[in-house]
Design a protein around this ligand. Structure first.
Ligand code: C2E
Ligand code: CA
Ligand code: CA
Length: 648
């Protein structure tokens, strides 16, 4: 009669589990080979993990197979010894490999941090050497005369090293938690939990060798969840998609990995889609993707948007990165083959040093999504170009927050009559207080505000502030002639603008002739017409109008003469030039003569010295403005000028 002892049950279970672990790992390896997912270091490390567990499984299977014969057969003994030796060699590599794998999943790139990974490699290699030399040293384990397996101090060292690698793996996971997608988190948690259960079970029941099987199952889960990159791949080009880019760059930034990024945008899609349809757009994207793959490794190329690609480069200098960008740029000098036609495409490129220039995912995405190169100018943006783009983005934010949080302030720069003593009024000049960037000047933020459509709100704010000042200080008592308020030409030409402005001033009850709007010259003839009708309408309401920055544009005299203006403001550059050269003086004198003939008042800006006043006084101009009298100052300071004028 055949009796099943509990020992033999455990034995056959162990044997079965070893076979199962081997089969599972080999099947996974086969699957990966068929799918061809082996590009990145992360994928390679995963394959290594599978091989380690598979070989360990094979070793255990062999040991299990020969065990019944060991009592009689020296060959079986020899085979069992070799299998155990191989098991130790590979099993020792498991913990460090796991650590390197986890690090890669979390975005650590050891290659890019020279020297940083060395200590890990050294520990891993040292433990491997310890096992490899064991047949001679017996430091790790040996078989005594009674054929019992005896652990030596070397094995304790290996355990300590394994515990170390597992601990730092967990640490890595914990510190990179925020950069991991929920999917990756669950994959890694699953693998570690199942493996831990296996290790603990084996620890409590040493005969029950479930650890390997648990590892094999855990790895299968990881393969399905983390190594499966279907949702990271762009269907059309086969490159990584935007989601993959966000995930990977997030990891690199979190781990402070130094890298370079080249972003490429194809700029001439309109011609393609208009003339040949959407299918050609896809074809263009595919052609360019294929070209990029031919000049750089595929698994570091991402397609982050329509016609926008990013290449991530590790361990490359600025020059090397720029040179690759130039190579790519030059390719666009040649036509691209689309089906049976050839097309020329234009492109813009941007080169960024990360994290030096872009240290957050938001900044990076903003940059790669929105960078533009000027047509006909530079095609590759790099270095300080990026700082300008980023500053633009910071200013955009500052403007929209500033409006909501009351961070704008109107400064006033007094204007004087030509005698240099009588206060004429002031020009309202807006400022923006930014918590980080400090006081921002309109030359920088007004163009941005115009771009993002917030100039109306700013100009409204300034006009209301001016009305408030006039009311609060009763400035209609003759102390001043008028306050000058700048208007953006873009706004002036908007339908309904006249009514809007009128509404604000009427609501405040301010006398309209105390407000002198300043506009700058516009060069196009059509806009002159629209501008003129808006100016006429506002003049009819009683407002005053000045032409600002005379002499900086094309100064179309005929158009200027046809406009219904009160005053011309001669730009500071004309004054400064007149001081420097005879030709400059001729230009200033003739400008003044011409404006006089048009019967308009003249204000000269940028008066900084008494000599300039002396120069201007005989020329018969009316008003002066400049640092000689005062820089633009906050309202309180300006009130001192008012009080002085009232008391004199
Ligand atoms: P702008 O209208 O030509 O204003 C005169 C600018 O010259 C002011 O610069 C002023 O500070 C500066 N300035 C005045 N006197 C002198 C001087 O003696 N020497 C020198 N070196 N500079 C002098 P700011 O305040 O930076 O304004 C720059 C521009 O921003 C203005 O040029 C105006 O075009 C625009 N701006 C200012 N406030 C507003 C506003 O509320 N709305 C709009 N749409 N534009 C504004
Ligand atoms: Ca002005
Ligand atoms: Ca001006």
């Amino acid at each position: 009669m055949f009796e099943i002892s509990s020992e033999s049950t455990v034995y056959s279970l162990t044997f079965t589990l070893a076979v199962a672990a081997t089969v599972v790992c080999l099947a996974n390896l086969l699957f990966i080979a068929v799918q061809g997912r082996m590009g990145k270091a992360q994928n390679k490390l995963f394959v290594l993990l599978l091989w380690i567990v598979a070989i360990n499984g094979i070793c255990n299977t062999i040991t299990g197979y020969v065990t019944p014969y060991m009592a009689d057969s020296p060959l079986a003994l020899r085979v069992s010894d070799i299998a155990r030796y191989l098991y130790f060699i590979f099993h020792t590599a498991l913990a460090p490999s796991f650590f390197f794998y986890v690090s890669h999943v979390c975005g650590v790139v050891f290659r890019a941090q020279r020297g940083k990974g060395i200590s890990y490699y050294l520990i891993a290699i040292a433990t491997e050497i310890l096992v490899l030399v064991n047949p001679f040293t017996r430091w790790v384990y040996y078989i005594n005369e009674e054929r019992n397996f005896v652990r030596n101090w070397g094995e304790i060292l290996i355990y300590v090293a394994a515990a170390y690698f597992l601990t730092i793996s967990f640490w890595k996971l914990a510190t990179s938690w925020s950069a991991l997608t929920p999917k990756r988190r669950s994959g890694l948690i699953m693998f570690t939990t199942i493996t831990m259960v296996g290790i603990l079970t084996q620890l409590c029941f040493p005969a029950l060798k479930v650890e390997l099987f648990a590892e094999a199952i855990g790895l299968t889960g990881v393969m399905m969840i983390i190594e499966n990159e279907d949702d990271r791949i762009d269907g059309e080009t086969g490159l990584y998609n935007r989601q993959a880019f966000i995930m990977d760059l997030g990891g690199y930034l979190l781990n402070k990995i130094r890298l370079h990024a080249i972003s490429l945008r194809i700029d001439t899609p309109e011609i393609i889609s208009r003339s040949r349809g959407a299918a050609n757009r896809e074809l263009v994207e595919k052609r360019v993707a294929a070209y990029l793959e031919s000049v750089y490794v595929k698994h570091h190329i991402y397609k982050i948007g329509r016609r926008t690609y990013v290449l991530i480069l590790f361990n490359k200098s600025d020059e090397e990165t720029l040179s690759l960008a130039e190579t790519i740029c030059r390719r666009f000098d040649k036509p691209w083959q689309l089906a049976d036609t050839l097309v020329l495409l234009s492109c813009s490129l941007l080169v960024a040093d990360i994290p030096k220039q872009l240290d957050s995912l938001n900044d990076a995405l903003y940059m790669f999504d929105s960078f533009r190169t000027d047509k006909d100018k530079k095609k590759i943006l790099s270095g300080s170009d990026l700082d300008n783009i980023l500053r633009g983005s910071a200013i955009e934010k500052s403007i929209s927050n500033g409006l909501a949080e009351g961070k704008f302030e109107v400064y006033y720069q007094p204007t004087y009559s030509i005698d240099g003593k009588t206060l004429h009024g002031a020009e309202a000049l807006v400022r923006l207080h930014d918590d980080e960037m400090g006081l921002l000047y309109p030359d920088e933020f007004i163009p941005v505000a115009e771009n993002i459509g917030l100039i109306d709100a700013i100009d409204d704010f300034v006009l209301m502030d001016v009305c408030k000042l006039i009311n609060e200080q009763n400035l209609n008592d003759g102390t001043i002639d008028c306050i000058n308020v700048n208007l953006s030409v873009i706004q002036l030409m908007k339908p309904g603008f006249v009514e809007h402005i009128n509404g604000i001033v009427e609501m405040s009850g301010v006398d309209k002739k105390l407000i002198n709007f300043e506009v700058t010259e516009s060069i196009s003839a059509d806009s002159y017409e629209i501008m003129n009708s808006a100016i006429n309408a506002l003049k009819k309401e009683g407002f005053l109008f000045s032409m600002d920055d005379y002499g900086t544009g094309y100064s179309n005299m005929r158009a200027l003469a046809s406009m219904n203006l009160d005053c011309i403001k001669i730009d500071k550059s004309i004054l400064w030039e007149a001081e420097k050269s005879d030709l400059g003086l001729i230009i200033l004198e003739n400008s003044i003569r011409m404006i006089h003939q048009m019967k308009l008042d003249i204000l000269v800006e940028g008066v900084e010295t008494y000599d300039q006043i002396k120069l201007l006084q005989p020329l018969g101009i009316n008003y002066l403005q400049g640092f000689y009298f005062s820089k633009p100052v906050p309202k309180d300071k300006f009130l001192e000028f008012i009080n002085t004028a009232r008391n004199s």
